[in-house]
Write a protein that binds this ligand. Structure first.
Ligand code: 6GU
Length: 247
């Protein structure tokens, strides 16, 4: 039994989409995961298979009906024992820790909304997790679902070579990754940092750590604050108060 994604959507043709290519696509062919869709339209009501209605309280756009969404989710096998995730800019930000948790289980159910959103009651009734992929607005949850799935699939056993597998990436250590260089050693007058050509592995590791810290401090003060707090906490826990520098 491979890791299974079930996507509940009005646009089933969008899946697996780009995940049918490259790393995820090869993993799909090897049955390391599979991607099933449930077409929400087929649970629509009335002569026009309506899935949405106007919002109570007024306002722009349409809201997906709770009865329709519930029927679509009820049609997913074993949905009770899987995380059900609604992709929405109202959700908590997706983090690598969430991805690791999803991959540790048998699969996920991804609910993709269009229009203004999904009636809140079905989200409560089915204990649906609400997840966002960033602070910008997409026209629907489908692209966000593809992003979440890409992040999951690459962590599945057997998907990635042992070379890159999992660790020593941006976020694994709470820092952004260091910059990379390859041949030629000089390109358009720009040279590779000398230390990388030195063969001194300790010096290279120290340089990369410093580069990671610099990039994180400058580009991601939020990550840097968490990393710095963690470092200082550990130094206190270790009784090494004298080395609590940085502040
Ligand atoms: Cl998960 N969905 C939509 N529609 N827009 C988003 C998003 C999700 N995350 C960021 N923007």
């Amino acid at each position: 039994m491979s890791w299974k994604a079930t996507v509940v959507t009005l646009f089933p043709e969008m899946f697996p989409g780009p995940l049918g290519q490259s790393l995820a696509g090869r993993a799909l062919e090897k049955d390391l995961w599979n991607c099933e869709t449930k077409d929400m339209r087929s649970f629509g009501l009335g002569r026009h298979n309506a899935v949405d209605d106007t919002p109570f309280g007024g306002g722009a756009g349409m809201v997906m009906r709770p009865d329709v969404v519930d029927a679509a989710l009820a049609s997913v096998d074993h949905a009770e024992s899987l995380p059900v995730i609604y992709l929405t800019p109202r959700g908590r930000p997706l983090a690598q820790a969430d991805v690791r948790r999803y991959v540790a289980g048998p699969g996920v159910v991804l609910l993709c909304g269009r229009y203004e959103g999904v009636d809140e009651r079905v989200l409560q009734a089915r204990a649906v997790e609400q997840v966002s992929i960033g602070d910008y607005i997409l026209s629907g949850g489908e692209l966000a679902a593809l992003v979440l799935l890409d992040a999951c699939v690459r962590l599945l056993p057997g998907v990635m070579g042992s070379a890159e597998s999992g660790e020593e990436e941006s976020f694994s250590g709470g820092l952004l990754e260091y910059p990379h260089y390859t041949r030629p050693a000089e390109w358009q007058g720009r040279v590779v940092p000398e230390v990388l050509l030195s063969g001194n592995h300790a010096a290279i590791a120290a340089w990369r750590r410093e580069q990671s810290e610099m990039a994180t401090r400058e580009r991601r003060p939020d990550l840097w604050a968490a990393y710095d707090a963690h470092l200082n906490r550990n130094m206190v826990a270790g009784g090494d108060l004298s080395t609590s520098r940085r502040h």
